[in-house]
Design a binder for this molecule. Structure first.
Ligand SMILES: [Mg+2]
Length: 236
């Protein structure tokens, strides 16, 4: 049997949200702080936990609609709180102004990252060229990276907004390869989404690492799978 020789990657692409930057934790903290600062308890209709749960549900559905091209970025940002609070029983005229602006201002300044994020990136940056490919918006992603002290590790930050297309579309990976001047076979893509990151990278000819902290079952054939960022040291 031929001896397995680990492939020599040169460039590593990371997804940002839910892979490095702990989106759930940061959004939850923000939503709970908005409940207090906008005194939403005064309506007596829902708790801060209800508010967070409903927001998460609405937000996820609206992102899906955004990915399907059914709504715009502006509609996503402006309607998610309106819809959340209407579903929780408020009349449209009771909905406080400025919630979505406050969310957009506060959330990206939150600093939670996944365990071993900085330690692993410190290790990897000595051996590889690191980049980000994210489906987020350019302004928001830049603030998140600065707040959580991630800028120091990455050479290129490719956002869907700059590339004009979203993961898993092949074009965003090609845009990233062009921008960095490397071949797909020299790259590895690390992300938490089987669709956007793993399938997208695979179709673009890149090997992939599926970051699966909840150890969800799946049937996708992936190059590597990890449940903690520290495991990257064993692969790379
Ligand atoms: Mg992600």
């Amino acid at each position: 049997m031929a001896k397995y020789i680990p492939k020599q990657y040169r460039h590593i692409f990371f997804d940002l949200d839910h892979t490095l930057w702990d989106f759930e934790k940061n959004a939850a903290e923000t939503i709970l702080s908005l409940y207090d600062s906008y005194e939403l308890h005064k309506f007596g209709k829902f708790t801060s936990t209800d508010f967070y749960k409903k927001y998460s549900y609405v937000n996820q559905r609206m992102w899906q609609q955004y990915h399907e091209g059914k709504i715009t970025q502006k509609e996503l940002r402006e309607k998610r709180f309106e819809l959340t609070l209407t579903k929780l029983g408020l009349e449209p005229e009771q909905i406080p102004h400025g919630l979505h602006e406050s969310f957009l201002t506060i959330c990206p300044t939150k600093t939670a990252v996944f365990p071993y994020c900085h330690e692993t990136l410190d290790y990897l940056k000595e051996k590889y060229v690191l980049h980000i490919i994210t489906n987020g918006f350019k302004d928001q992603q830049a603030i998140k990276m600065a707040s959580s002290n991630l800028n120091q590790y990455f050479t290129e930050v490719i956002t869907s907004e700059c590339a004009g297309c979203l993961k898993p579309q092949r074009q965003i990976f090609e845009y990233a390869l062009n921008k960095t001047g490397v071949k797909a076979s020299d790259c590895l893509m690390i992300g938490d989404s089987l669709e956007a990151d793993i399938l997208g990278a695979k179709n673009a000819g890149m090997d992939q690492v599926f970051f699966n902290p909840e150890k969800k079952k799946h049937a996708q054939n992936v190059t590597f799978e990890i449940s903690c960022l520290s495991q990257l040291k064993h692969i790379l």
